[in-house]
Design a protein around this ligand. Structure first.
Ligand code: SF4
Length: 182
């Protein structure tokens, strides 16, 4: 397995990355989060994750940040509640970019940390991930979406332990400007 792990932030990723390292999974972390607003917040979350991965020696790839493009993709859905159709589109936007990168760079599996938070709907995230890999499907080299429940097997508790241990910046809203009011 060569896994491209789409990651949203350090708090959601630390326990998952630790688990993957313990199981010797060949993992590269992909930061594709054009949903995050404002850009300073984006840079803060990215820096926190990159710093942690450097210590662990895990490869880190940053996607382009294009919040304007993301806004176009969710146009008309601005007033939707969290876990609604704007979030479905947001997950699809980011995971499709990750799937394209994975397919172009020889990865066999795609995963995401998006559902590690209890604020997220696992089924909604996993459906978006499955949809994304289907968009880049090739009969010769299929990309497989890893639809694990990253809250099970003690990972939820470990997430909280690592958050305290490393003192990660723990953001107070999901990411986009529409989630600031929630
Ligand atoms: S609330 Fe979060 S998941 Fe939903 S659209 Fe905004 S950034 Fe994306």
């Amino acid at each position: 397995m060569r896994l491209l792990l789409h990651s949203c932030c350090a708090p959601c990723s630390a326990a998952i990355v630790e688990h993957l390292l313990e199981n010797a999974v060949d993992t590269t972390v992909f930061f594709s989060n054009s949903n995050i607003y404002p850009q300073d917040e984006y840079l803060h979350r990215r820096a926190e994750l990159e710093r942690h991965l450097q210590v662990l020696g895990v490869p880190f790839v940053e996607d382009d940040y294009d919040h304007s493009d993301w806004l176009v993709s969710v146009k008309g859905l601005e007033q939707e509640p969290e876990r609604g159709s704007r979030c479905t589109q947001c997950f699809r936007f980011r995971l499709l970019r990750a799937a394209r990168y994975a397919a172009d760079h020889g990865f066999t599996h795609l995963g995401t940390t998006l559902a590690s938070s209890r604020w997220k709907n696992i089924d909604q995230v996993n459906a978006a991930g499955q949809w994304a890999v289907e968009q880049v499907a090739s009969l010769s080299v299929p990309l497989i979406f890893l639809d694990r429940n990253w809250r099970k097997g003690g990972l939820q508790e470990r997430r909280n332990q690592l958050l305290r241990q490393y003192g990660f910046y723990n953001q107070q809203y999901c990411g986009c400007e529409f989630s600031m009011r929630a």
